[in-house]
Write a protein that binds this ligand. Structure first.
Ligand code: MSP
Length: 653
């Protein structure tokens, strides 16, 4: 046991935090973003074998919560219980791998905040005075009048602030100005990304005023410690909230987890960076504690180019997105779509595009090909004995991308991390096209064909291991299909040392069922379109080497038909709706995604080729489509027709 403990203690530590969420409102996509980044980082640290502690929770005190509760006729605690539970259950549903969920109404947190206030007082950093200035309840932030917008509106959220004049205890923030500037200067990565750090530095260089850290005009907060003998005051909600990161570790109580401090990464949104990169380190210095390793600030999401807000009705509910598109696809999208630190725009169109192309055509297709080829050439056994002989160049190239991916994830450049992994996916897919294993087999070069399959399996395994923090279930499925495990040992051997392995594959379903593109650009918020039809790809994965028999072809009925009517479909920029005479009793209604390439009126009277025995389907929830119009695709789409006029209903074959 003692040896185990020793090993455990010797492991590198990692403490990952999300902000604690205000309980004035239910979780939305912005909260999900912060949490998913933190979860990915925590999982990555565990994969690397670090002793990792990951916390999240809710921020429950302050005027904003008091007002939100009273507007609903509830006590603040009742309301906080209700909303806090919603956050927790969403994170549980999302399988967020937190180790601790803190609530600032927890008794141990109150105790910690009071202990810390006493320590700061004892260190001479707290004094009593009078605060006069403006306060934004929504941001729970004090402002000088010179910083406000017109009509005394808050520079951060635009809401009207109120003039506050009240007795207050102050924290000597100004005393820490130089020490803070030194920290920024000496520790390059203490605040990331760099652009955000520069903003913090200029804020501090502009001069720091002491910070009011107690309030008297309302009640819903942590009281001062008994020793202060001052009942009127409650703690300022940001002092209370920031301390949560130490409460979680047992600071000033049993210190049980203080060995995780300061190997800490705080993930925050850009709106709360100042609190984490200025006030928080100053508080820590006052306590004589070392400063965190990183404060990492991400940007904000807009929705179809607009700021998210309840009044606009465009607040995106993460649960609905995950239900419609798949949780891991949603995670992938959030991490991939925007460079960390920059603002990003959420749209269904962009999400669907990424799922269908990068996930489906890229990653999913690679797995299907490996399984298909190994089934055909070697009864699912994937032997890597000749990989180095034939493909050491590809292995080396992949190693470069994997190393970059690791570096990027460590620095939270999540989009680049995923881009790097996809370079490996492309490398494998391109290798299949380049070496044409089916031709190698025909030419009697089975060894080379098998080596190519093994190369692809090895590359995919490396990708899956490194992708697992972002898409844990998907990667577990890949690992199960190829017969390997994802853990610190395989991370070290297959990724860090770039070793290769044998695999035993098995048949599997497509990883990413295709999402019908017709819904792209439809609903703006999911409010109007809560469910998106997610259908399995109708046709099998295309395998270049697959030869079909004439009997297979005979199953397909293609007929020539004449376009009787053709019009655009309202609400879709892709679809045209046709009435086509196929020589049958009734003309057929068929929808086709070619609106970008044809003017509807120009098609009337033209003959086209139609796949006539395709199962009917409903598109855009109301239009039945009774077939598929065939076109040739080379980047744009051109309809297929006949050389001369034929009878409607003529069979193509
Ligand atoms: N309670 C404070 C944090 C205290 S931490 C000691 C708070 N809570 S919050 O619920 O308002 O916001 C929490 C996180 O959600 C922040 O990191 C914030 O940046 C993030 N987001 C809120 N709206 C967002 C978007 N529209 N887009 C991305 N993230 C945003 O602040």
């Amino acid at each position: 046991i003692s040896k185990n403990l020793k090993d455990k203690n010797m492991k590198e530590k990692a403490y990952i935090t999300t902000p604690i969420y205000y309980v004035n409102d239910v979780p939305h996509i912005g909260h999900a973003y912060t949490t998913i980044i933190a979860d990915t980082l925590a999982r990555f640290n565990r994969l690397q074998g670090k002793d990792t502690y990951f916390m999240t929770g809710t921020d429950e005190h302050g005027q904003k919560i008091e007002q939100a509760a009273s507007a609903r006729g509830k006590t603040p605690k009742e309301y906080a219980d209700e909303i806090s539970a919603k956050f927790r259950s969403l994170w549980d549903e999302f399988e967020i791998s937190y180790d601790h969920f803190i609530r600032t109404t927890d008794e141990e947190h109150k105790q910690t905040v009071q202990n810390i206030f006493e320590k700061m007082q004892a260190n001479g950093d707290i004094y009593k005075g009078e605060y006069e200035g403006f306060y934004c309840v929504s941001c729970e932030t004090f402002f000088n009048q010179r910083d406000l917008l017109e009509n005394n509106c808050c520079p951060d959220c635009g809401r009207v602030t109120s003039l506050v004049k009240e007795e207050s205890y102050f924290f000597k923030l100004s005393k820490y100005e130089d020490a803070l500037l030194k920290w920024y200067e000496n520790d390059e990565l203490c605040v990331i990304p760099k652009g955000k750090k520069n903003e913090v530095v200029s804020f501090v260089k502009g001069g720091l005023k002491d910070l009011s850290v107690t309030r008297t005009s309302f009640d819903w907060g942590i009281k001062l410690p008994k020793s202060a003998n001052d009942d009127k005051h409650v703690m300022y909600v940001w002092l209370d909230a920031l301390i949560n990161y130490l409460t979680t570790l047992g600071y000033s109580r049993d210190n049980a987890k203080m060995d995780f401090w300061p190997s800490t990464t705080h993930i925050v949104g850009k709106d709360i960076l100042r609190f984490h990169a200025v006030y928080w380190p100053a508080f820590l210095m006052s306590l004589g504690l070392p400063l965190p390793k990183h404060v990492a600030a991400h940007g904000w999401w807009t929705i179809d180019g607009e700021k998210m807000s309840k009044s606009k009705g465009n607040v995106i509910n993460p649960r609905e997105v995950a239900n419609a598109y798949g949780l891991e696809n949603f995670r992938y999208f959030l991490l991939r779509e925007v460079p960390f630190g920059q603002d990003g725009d959420y749209s269904q169109k962009a999400l669907i595009e990424r799922i269908n192309s990068e996930l489906g055509n890229g990653l999913g297709n690679l797995l299907s090909r490996i399984v298909g080829m190994s089934a055909k050439y070697s009864d699912y056994k994937i032997d890597s004995k000749d990989v180095i002989k034939f493909h050491s160049a590809e292995l080396d190239e992949a190693k470069g991308y994997l190393d970059e991916a690791i570096k990027n994830l460590e620095n939270l450049a999540t989009n680049r991390y995923l881009e790097d992994l996809w370079k490996v996916v492309t490398l494998a897919n391109v290798a299949v096209a380049k070496y044409e294993p089916w031709s190698l087999v025909k030419a009697g070069k089975s060894d080379e064909a098998n080596a190519l399959v093994a190369l692809c399996a090895n590359l995919l395994a490396k990708v899956a291991i490194l992708l697992s923090p972002a898409m844990p279930k998907t990667c577990a499925k890949i690992a199960d299909t190829l017969g390997f495990s994802i853990d610190t040992a395989s991370y070290e051997s297959l990724v860090l040392k770039n070793e290769i392995s044998n695999f035993m594959a098995k048949a599997t379903e497509p990883l990413f069922p295709r999402i019908e593109k017709e819904l792209m650009g439809e609903a703006r918020g999911l409010k109007e379109e809560p469910k998106v039809e997610v259908k399995a790809e109708p046709k099998e994965e295309k395998k270049e080497d697959e030869i079909i028999s004439i009997d297979d072809f005979a199953k397909i009925v293609i007929k020539v038909g004449e376009v009787l009517e053709c019009e655009r479909v309202e609400g879709s920029d892709k679809l045209l709706k046709f009435k086509i005479d196929l020589g049958e009793e009734q003309p057929r209604q068929i929808l086709s995604g070619i609106a970008k390439y044809y003017e509807p009126s120009s098609l009337i009277g033209k003959q086209v080729c139609v796949l006539a025995n395709l199962k009917e389907r409903t598109m855009m929830k109301k239009y039945v489509s009774q077939g598929m119009i065939l076109s040739a695709s080379d980047g744009s789409l051109t309809l297929l027709g006949t050389q001369g006029k034929v009878k409607n209903g003529a069979i193509v074959g």
